[in-house]
Design a protein around this ligand. Structure first.
Ligand code: PEP
Length: 246
């Protein structure tokens, strides 16, 4: 169960979130929980989850270890700050903030794995692709590009998030059936490339307007192993309701 805070919260607000969230999630062992705060909040988040099972991740990395790349942060730097996960290829990076390509996604995935960060690779079709019946084509392409050349061992560290772009921040959640069909397709592709066991073990999260009132219907689908939650992860009570219901 992952929460992406996007560009919300200061370090102080991060500490306030965890004061409440830690009390709700105290002793929770039924699922893994990871939060992705803005990079500036990582030290505050890491300090706040010390002694809990909650993981912290970055929202993006650059693929070089260091260098003249103003404004960028490497996987090693996130790791040194106490993060253990990273989001790669979020649709806001592919289509809004920058124009991240599939080739960039692969370089970032490799950099994350090389440094020892676990990547959550985000894939998903845009509204026009959805309407044009191109969902499968887009998912296969983005998935294949994101994991190309990984060893089976490396692939075992990867989590995939299916996030239809038309569902992100719009309140238009994919139906459980649509989400399950996409997950099934991704799992089939994982099977083709890495074998049946790897495909079965692969965790695929659904993301796109997940809320406390739609989580139960979504998670009834066997294909969904968890969710990547944006807006509803900003409030500790709302995010924990989702974790618990799932
Ligand atoms: C996201 O940011 O990955 C996301 C799914 O956002 P939201 O839950 O707000 O749609």
């Amino acid at each position: 169960m992952a929460g992406n805070w996007k560009m919300y919260k200061t370090p102080q607000e991060t500490a306030i979130f965890f004061e409440r969230f830690n009390s709700l999630a105290d002793g929770w062992e039924k699922s893994d929980i990871v939060l992705f705060p803005p990079a500036i909040d990582i030290p505050a988040a890491v300090a706040a989850v010390n002694g809990t099972n909650i993981g912290i991740g970055g929202q993006n990395i650059y693929w070089s270890k260091e260098g003249a790349f103003t404004g960028e942060i490497s996987a090693d730097m996130f790791l040194a700050a106490g993060a253990s996960w990273v989001l790669i290829g979020h649709s806001e990076r592919r289509h809004v903030v920058t124009s991240e390509t599939d080739a960039d996604v692969l370089k970032k995935t490799q950099a994350a794995l090389g440094a020892g960060l676990r990547p959550i690779i985000c894939v998903g079709e845009r509204l026009e692709e959805h309407k044009a019946g191109k969902t499968n084509e887009v998912l296969i392409k983005q998935f294949a590009a994101g994991v190309a050349g990984l060893t089976e061992e490396q692939f075992a560290q990867v989590v995939i998030a299916y996030e239809p772009v038309w569902a992100i921040g719009t309140g238009q959640t994919a139906t459980p059936e649509i989400a399950a069909a996409a997950h099934r397709l991704i799992r089939q592709e994982a099977d083709r490339r890495f074998g049946g066991e790897a495909a079965e073990q692969l965790r695929i999260l659904y993301g796109g307007s997940v809320k406390p009132d739609n989580i139960v219907g979504l998670m009834k689908e066997d294909q969904l192993d968890g969710t990547l939650v944006g807006g509803a992860s900003l409030d500790p009570d709302s995010f924990f309701k989702i974790v618990k219901a799932a």
